[in-house]
Design a protein around this ligand. Structure first.
Ligand SMILES: *[C@@H]1O[C@H](CO)[C@@H](O)[C@H](O)[C@H]1NC(C)=O
Ligand SMILES: *[C@@H]1O[C@H](CO)[C@@H](O)[C@H](O)[C@H]1NC(C)=O
Ligand SMILES: *[C@@H]1O[C@H](CO)[C@@H](O)[C@H](O)[C@H]1NC(C)=O
Ligand SMILES: *[C@@H]1O[C@H](CO)[C@@H](O)[C@H](O)[C@H]1NC(C)=O
Ligand SMILES: *[C@@H]1O[C@H](CO)[C@@H](O)[C@H](O)[C@H]1NC(C)=O
Ligand SMILES: *[C@@H]1O[C@H](CO)[C@@H](O)[C@H](O)[C@H]1NC(C)=O
Length: 512
């Protein structure tokens, strides 16, 4: 099913789950597309020239849709910006825009009803791709919506009388346009408007029930992601153009972590673009991850991932009670009974001494760090009242000297987006000086057995273990207690440890 190569698949063996039965699974595909760019995105193009450019990307989409269908895929996801590119201005993108009718208002099959709307070549081509290959297709494009011009200063209609949206479109396997979603959290996208209201968009499939839609930066925010989760959506479709930001926000690391922490399936299709450090796609379920992450400098090429995955939609599965999608296990049988439950550890005799701490910047946030200065030990590090606890045993490899530190951060992240965090992270420092802790490093040789724990003020905590050279390891065990304490245990690593992280999102504090 999975093509050979550097694709990695693993299962979360330590979590005991009923194996999905054969007829409650489906075949999903994501395509990491090596974008053919418009080299001068700030220069306006005619519609014809824009279509010529987009045709180059769409030709590749067409080949990949056929390949995915041959491998049995029932749904195929393409990345954000994969057809048109990025870095346009509001006016220079005009040749690329198509008006996308609202599928809630009207039923339109662009492949079979071509005459219904002019200037819909991209929609028509995608629709025919779905129809010819008999699969659902999710793609991202540049959309236009006329809006009523108004003198009312509170109107969000731009003065040129239309909105321009970063738009996901979904086509049924017969080509019918079934969903349209406008990105809510733009990331330096001059060409696009934020929709007047956040949109919560889902679509139904006969093989797996409901899917929810989001785009790239959206994944870090309440709207639409957590609203979808809280409505019971367990399957999310995710075109992205994710800029990798180690040590905490590499694509595969954070996307896999959200899937695990929110207990959902994420079909993540990223763009491949080395210059902007974009790449890393995956089919992530709560039980397994099939992903690909090229290393910088590898030849830039696309990559199709295909995997059979279990259906999670409770309605489709005929479950009556709507499960809470998120880690809400009130598990009383704590496996971390030997560790500190909070900063004032109950057993004072085994409490680690207060370490010497220092502040160093990680993803532009001031983390409080302490070094792991022994081969094994325990550490507590607090940022204000938010504390992280670590028990560790290091297994140094060869002659390498590598510095590791435990970091804690609680506060508002304000660089490239504004979002409130509580994070515990065990990181390999980039060098041998403590000021290098939190800086970018991709490789490591030291393996470690560890237990990492924090007491979080949110139920949305995303766990991850990233090993050397962009390899994900599945946390051996993680568990959330009713009091907000989240424990992640891991041992027997196959590669050196780059980052182990508990990434807590305090959505309720984003606007404080
Ligand atoms: C976008 O365009 C600006 C101005 O031409 C340029 O300085 C910048 O590097 C470009 N950014 C990307 C991501 O290509
Ligand atoms: C499409 O464009 C042609 C030529 O400009 C015009 O005659 C036709 O009415 C248009 N069709 C629609 C549906 O707008
Ligand atoms: C996650 O989802 C699975 C399957 O839908 C369910 O069996 C399991 O109890 C959920 N886990 C948590 C921690 O909510
Ligand atoms: C920490 O845990 C101890 C013992 O379980 C408890 O008595 C104390 O109130 C807790 N402190 C905080 C700040 O939660
Ligand atoms: C490690 O740090 C702790 C606290 O800062 C200190 O008590 C201990 O002696 C240090 N161990 C080594 C081997 O330096
Ligand atoms: C880790 O490896 C040791 C030694 O090979 C083995 O005894 C242990 O069961 C392994 N632990 C896990 C959780 O796989």
């Amino acid at each position: 099913m999975i093509p050979l190569g550097v694709i990695v698949t693993f299962s979360l063996a330590s979590v005991v789950l009923t194996q999905p039965v054969k007829d409650s699974s489906y075949v999903a595909a994501v395509y990491e597309h090596n974008l053919i760019v418009n080299p001068e995105p700030r220069v306006s193009l005619s519609r014809d020239a824009a279509l010529q450019h987009m045709k180059k990307n769409l030709d590749i989409y067409e080949e990949q849709a056929a390949r995915a269908a041959q491998q049995g895929a029932q749904i195929l996801v393409f990345p954000e910006d994969g057809i048109h590119g990025f870095n346009f201005s509001r006016s220079s993108i005009s040749g690329y825009l198509e008006t996308v009718p609202d599928p809630k208002q009207e039923s339109w099959n662009p492949c079979t009803e071509r005459e219904k709307y002019n200037n819909t070549e991209v929609l028509q081509r995608l629709s025919c791709m779905a129809r010819q290959n008999n699969l659902y297709i999710v793609a991202n494009m540049a959309g236009l919506q006329p809006c009523p011009l108004s003198t009312d200063p509170t109107s969000s209609c731009p003065s040129d009388g239309h909105w321009q949206f970063n738009t996901n479109v979904v086509f049924r396997s017969d080509g019918l346009l079934v969903a349209r979603y406008h990105k809510n959290n733009l990331f330096y996208e001059d060409s696009f408007d934020t929709p007047p209201q956040p949109e919560i968009i889902t679509f139904d499939t006969p093989f797996a029930g409901k899917f929810g839609l989001l785009i790239c930066f959206d994944i870090l925010f309440q709207e639409p992601t957590i609203t979808l989760v809280e409505k019971g959506l367990r399957q999310l479709v995710y075109p992205t153009a994710w800029i990798n930001t180690l040590p905490l926000l590499d694509s595969v690391q954070i996307h896999r972590a959200v899937s695990l922490g929110a207990n959902l399936t994420l079909l993540s299709a990223n763009l491949r673009h080395d210059h902007l450090d974009m790449g890393g796609s995956g089919i992530y379920t709560p039980f397994s991850a099939t992903y690909h992450h090229a290393k910088r400098g590898d030849p830039e090429e696309g990559r199709l991932l295909v995997a059979r995955v279990p259906v999670l939609d409770p309605e489709w599965l005929g479950q009556q009670a709507k499960e809470e999608g998120v880690l809400n296990s009130e598990s009383s049988s704590s496996t971390a009974a030997d560790s500190c439950h909070n900063e004032s550890c109950s057993d004072a005799s085994t409490a680690p001494p207060s370490p010497i701490t220092f502040t160093s910047s990680m993803i532009s946030d001031p983390f409080t760090f302490a070094l792991l200065n022994e081969t094994e030990g325990r550490l507590n590090v607090c940022d204000g009242t938010f504390c992280c606890h670590l028990q560790y045993q290091r297994f140094p490899q060869g002659s390498s000297k590598e510095l590791y530190a435990l970091g804690a951060f609680a506060g508002l992240h304000t660089v490239d987006g504004r979002f409130a965090l509580q994070v515990c992270a065990l990181v390999r420092c980039a060098g041998l000086d403590q000021s290098s802790c939190g800086q970018i490093v991709e490789e490591a040789e030291s393996k470690m057995d560890f237990l990492l724990e924090g007491k979080f003020g949110t139920r949305y905590v995303y766990p991850s273990v990233l090993a050397s050279r962009m390899v994900l390891e599945e946390p051996e065990h993680f568990e959330k207690a009713a009091d907000g304490r989240l424990t992640m245990k891991h041992s027997n690593m196959t590669g050196g440890l780059v980052t182990a992280s508990l990434f807590g999102r305090m959505y309720h504090q984003d606007n404080e």
